[in-house]
Design a protein. Structure first.
Length: 232
């Protein structure tokens, strides 16, 4: 379970947010551009330092201001998939998926087994020798997901993971995300602008407005909510 209390002064407002995401559940973080969604993910990942915060994952403290605890990004055991998938275009699919495993200095056999497992489960096993720069948007996103899952993260974070995908690829990626979050019993946060994305994969939804929680509840209620939210 992820528990985060975050305060960060931004240019136009203060991000002041409390999040709890349970194991095996997906929380959809929503709101207009500039409402603090991506900044929240970057703070949890350790890429942006908050003014004050207490962030714990499975009862392990990742960041706590009062105790001067700040675990480095590479040691936080978080799988983070960005909007543009952030694959390495000059590397093959195999090397992209293996990247995080090699960074953790796993034995070569373990790396090969995990790459094989996740490329098969993401339906990209026939692309392992292809340079990632030659893939379609949907294929790149599956590579990014395979890389994130291969390290067996304690938390999965997705920033606009469906943007730019065609309808078929989007459907497949959504099914894969839900399937593996449930199977691996890890908490997941996905950032999205679209109510349909939240309803399709989310167990819980949280709408931000200028850094504060405007509403939270069932994703099924998002469409009617958007007609009254102050930030929309």
């Amino acid at each position: 379970m992820l528990e985060a209390v975050i305060v960060k002064q931004l240019r136009d407002y203060t991000l002041d947010l409390k999040l709890i995401v349970k194991a095996g559940e997906i929380t959809a973080l929503m709101g207009v551009n500039g409402s603090g969604k991506s900044t929240t993910l970057n703070i949890i990942a350790g890429l942006v330092k908050p003014d004050t915060a207490s962030i714990s994952l499975n009862n392990e403290v990742l960041f706590r201001t009062k105790d001067n605890i700040d675990i480095p990004t590479e040691d936080r055991q978080i799988g983070y998939v960005l909007q543009n998938s952030a694959v390495f275009p000059h590397m093959t699919v195999h090397d992209n998926v293996a990247f995080g495993l090699r960074a953790r200095h796993l034995p070569r056999m373990d790396i090969s087994e995990r790459v094989e497992y996740w490329t098969e489960h993401m339906h990209i096993e026939d692309l392992v020798g292809v340079k990632a720069g030659n893939l379609s948007g949907g294929q790149k996103q599956r590579v990014a997901l395979a890389r994130a899952f291969a390290v067996e993260p304690d938390l999965l974070m997705l920033d606009e993971p469906f943007t730019g995908l065609d309808a078929d690829s989007m459907k497949v990626v959504k099914v894969l995300v839900r399937e593996f979050v449930k199977k691996m019993q890890i908490p997941c946060i996905t950032v999205t602008h679209r109510a349909v994305d939240s309803a399709d994969i989310g167990d819980f939804a949280c709408v931000l407005c200028q850094g504060k929680k405007e509403w939270e509840g069932s994703p099924a209620k998002i469409p009617e909510l958007y007609s009254v939210c102050h930030c929309t």
